[in-house]
Design a protein around this ligand. Structure first.
Ligand code: BGC
Length: 743
């Protein structure tokens, strides 16, 4: 027998044996464990497992094992997949461990674990697409890459409202409007959980600034909270049905979020009927009996409270057995419901090329064209002789968001020499997606020159000699910090002003996690907001700049003129007595014991973002929902069908010469008796239109989005009266208006 033939036969035998083993394992599971019957409901299955569990096994599901690299606590950590959290499974009952990874815009720590992940555009960028399919695909890609890397749970799903635009995590969130943010995060969770990965939504709730996040005590009027930050969670949970909610670090009305009866039991469980489990943010658990009674199910990353202490408390009757069982049942139920027991992750090779393409497409739909004077864009590669590319690191890459959301770029930080570029906490990381090289490729006939902008005069001289100057500006953000201001750092405002003074054809591409101020707005001819653009950022941006793609993103947050116009011109900061001492070995314990609180009052209440500027009559730099296109659209023929679930129909026409996609936005004003800000977003539709084409669309409006939250009745209430519906292409450009009376 020839050798190759023998090898082939052996391979076939091995395959048959392997399949046989898999089959018998599956049969064993079915035979031994009645809860492996997928015809039973997740609730039934969870209750059956629960009955078999010992007290120790139950408790083992209620806490993590520490953090693999940072603070390993249990010998079991050797089985961690390298993510931020690992919960041991119960093999004798067929319950797998939970391997958690941060995955806000891609799977975290892949580089240091010898793996690879795609970086999608930042979450706020995804939200700027206003595209439900894109949001679903966003979550699905992350779900696939988590599974491929051996994880079965994400710690993504950030949806805190951009109430404070200097918050260092705005890039991880979905903007300032609860309906937009909640809907987009819900879609992303659906896409993720369809891959049989446990989904998460965070940070619940009102964790809208990073400064002093472990100590701050937030106060806000109840109605305002329900109509703003909590509404985003309500919608996200209703539409996405996530397995888990991560409770946040801050206090609300004196109680930490992770032991807050109002947030966890009353709102989340009773009012929203949330069936999943609540896990604490890392080090966000501050008590045992109080947290448990409030409905906090799972402590991370270790077990200061939910380990031995919990066992003793159950044995002493201080934590009722039924309460303990509820915690465990919720986790088991979520595991069955999401499919992580029936379909555990299969390690495989991440689809790198597919990821590049998806990241590019999402970014192309997310870039917001903010200014385009005289049709400066799109650029015509055929007629340009010289192009000046200017800006810090625009020769090598584009910046990304930091903290626990950070995705590792292939090859390490693109601005460091190869091999030296590992990601470090609170260090800005650039992805190897080079604007300069991509422009050179797109305009092969032009001379494309680069200047870092370190010396504005030097950059201006290069710009002066060019047909067009493209400045790539950035504003870096990270968890664990807030921005000192909304200004671009590193004197980039001076750089842009100098370049614009030298060349009337100056295009600025902003890479930021949210709003920035633009003192040079009147001097440049075009501005594009690219967010943190992800793995294929340069391709997407260049496709928009050169007109291969018609921009269609709209701002998910207002860009104010200056910090002076914000509800809080300065962020309230902690003092030393509100901060943990990281030089001490037992900082986790110090935080767990509770840091001295300092107050932050969200006295703007429901007036978050555009609702604030509208109500206060403050002009803005660029309004919520705004974004230009290379074509133009007109709106006509508004019809509102009143009734219990009103619907709004209208026609959008592409009146220009290019195909495009328009985000058509529907806002409503409530009757005066509601005492609400002038308008709120109640729906939208992103419509693709060829040149000259018209489409009539109907937006069904959820009556909740027209309601106020009645605190006394603890429910949503639609006030009878006159509602004005307004339709158009931005919160400040609403040509169609119709008032109807609703009962
Ligand atoms: C962050 C969470 C994150 C967790 C685990 C915390 O510091 O606030 O968003 O999921 O760490 O990395």
């Amino acid at each position: 027998m020839r050798l190759s033939c023998l090898i082939h036969r052996l391979a076939v035998v091995a395959l048959v044996l392997h399949l046989g083993l898999l089959f018998s394992f599956a049969q064993n599971q079915n035979k031994n464990h009645p809860w492996m019957n997928t015809k039973l409901s997740p609730d039934e299955r969870a209750s059956m497992v629960l009955k078999e569990m010992t007290l120790d096994e139950k408790i083992s599901l209620l806490h993590g094992t520490g953090m693999a690299g940072l603070s390993p606590l249990s010998p079991e950590i050797v089985h961690s997949n390298g993510g931020a959290g690992y919960v041991v499974g119960i093999p004798r009952l067929g319950i797998p461990g939970i391997q958690m990874s941060d995955a806000a815009y891609g799977v975290r720590m892949s580089g240091e674990n010898g793996r690879y992940s795609t970086a999608l555009p930042s979450c706020v960028g995804g939200s700027a697409s206003w595209d439900l399919d894109a949001a679903y695909e966003y979550g699905a890609l992350i779900g696939r890459e988590l599974r491929a890397q051996g994880y079965n749970m994400t710690l993504g799903g950030g949806v805190n409202l951009t109430r404070e635009p200097r918050n260092g995590r705005t890039f991880e969130y979905m903007g300032e409007d609860p309906v937009l943010a909640g809907t987009m995060v819900g879609q992303a969770i659906k896409g993720l959980q369809a891959q049989h990965v446990l989904g998460d939504i965070k940070h619940y709730a009102l964790n809208d600034q990073e400064s002093g996040r472990n100590a701050v005590n937030i106060t806000i009027d109840k109605r305002a909270a329900r109509e703003s930050d909590l509404l985003a969670f309500e919608i996200g949970i209703q539409q996405g049905d996530p397995a888990a909610v991560m409770c946040s670090y801050n206090r609300l009305d004196g109680d930490y979020a992770c032991e807050n009866k109002y947030l966890l039991n009353e709102v989340l469980r009773k009012d929203w009927n949330f069936k999943g489990f609540v896990l604490s943010d890392w080090g966000g658990t501050h008590s045992l009996e109080k947290a448990s009674a409030a409905g906090m199910d799972h402590e991370e990353p270790g077990w200061i409270f939910y380990g031995e202490e919990l066992k003793k408390a159950v044995e002493a009757g201080k934590v009722p057995q039924a309460e303990l069982d509820d915690h465990v049942r919720r986790i088991l139920r979520a595991m069955f419901a999401t499919g992580v027991v029936d379909d555990p992750p299969q390690r495989s090779v991440v689809d790198v090329m597919g990821g590049f393409e998806i990241a590019r497409k999402i970014e192309e739909g997310s870039i917001v064209l903010l200014k385009n004077e005289g049709g400066q864009l799109p650029l015509d590669a055929a007629t340009l002789h010289t192009i000046a590319v200017i800006g810090p690191h625009a020769d090598v890459g584009m910046i990304s968001g930091g903290g626990s959301a950070q995705v590792d770029p292939p090859g390490g930080n693109a601005i460091l020499p190869p091999g030296k570029g590992q990601t470090r906490w609170l260090e800005a990381i650039w992805f190897p997606t080079s604007p300069l090289r991509t422009i050179q490729k797109r305009a092969p006939g032009a001379s494309v020159q680069y200047d870092s902008g370190a010396d504005p005069a030097h950059a201006a001289a290069l710009a002066k000699a060019a047909d067009v100057a493209i400045v790539f500006a950035y504003q870096w953000e990270s968890e664990d910090m807030d921005l000192p201001s909304l200004s671009l750092p590193e004197h980039q405002d001076d750089l842009i002003a100098a370049v614009a003074a030298a060349n009337p054809h100056t295009v600025v591409v902003v890479e930021s996690g949210g709003a920035v101020t633009m003192p040079w707005v009147g001097q440049v001819s075009a501005i594009a907001e690219a967010w943190y653009a992800g793995s294929s950022g340069a391709d997407a941006v260049v496709n928009v700049l050169f007109g291969d793609v018609n921009p269609s993103g709209k701002l998910p947050q207002t860009f104010p003129r200056s910090e002076a116009d914000l509800p809080h011109p300065t962020i309230v900061k902690p003092t030393r007595e509100n901060m943990a001492d990281w030089s001490k070995p037992d900082t986790w314990k110090q935080i767990a014991a509770g840091l001295k609180a300092f107050p932050v009052t969200y006295d703007e209440g429901v007036k978050v973002g555009y609702k604030w500027y509208d109500a206060e009559n403050k002009p803005v730099l660029f309004p919520f929902g705004f974004g230009l296109s290379y074509t133009t659209y007109s709106y006509s023929n508004l019809q509102v069908a009143p009734g219990k679930s009103p619907s709004v129909s209208f026609t959008v026409t592409n009146t220009g010469k290019r195909a495009g996609a328009e985000v058509a936005e529907v806002y409503a004003s409530l009757p005066a008796a509601a005492n609400e800000p002038p308008k709120r977003l109640v729906g939208w539709n992103k419509i693709k239109l060829n040149a000259g084409e018209s489409k009539t669309v109907t937006v069904a409006v959820d009556p909740k989005y027209l309601s106020i939250f009645n605190v006394e009745k603890n429910g949503w209430q639609l006030l009878p009266g006159e509602y004005k519906f307004m339709v158009g292409g931005s919160s400040q450009d609403l040509p169609l208006k119709e008032a109807v009376s609703l009962q």
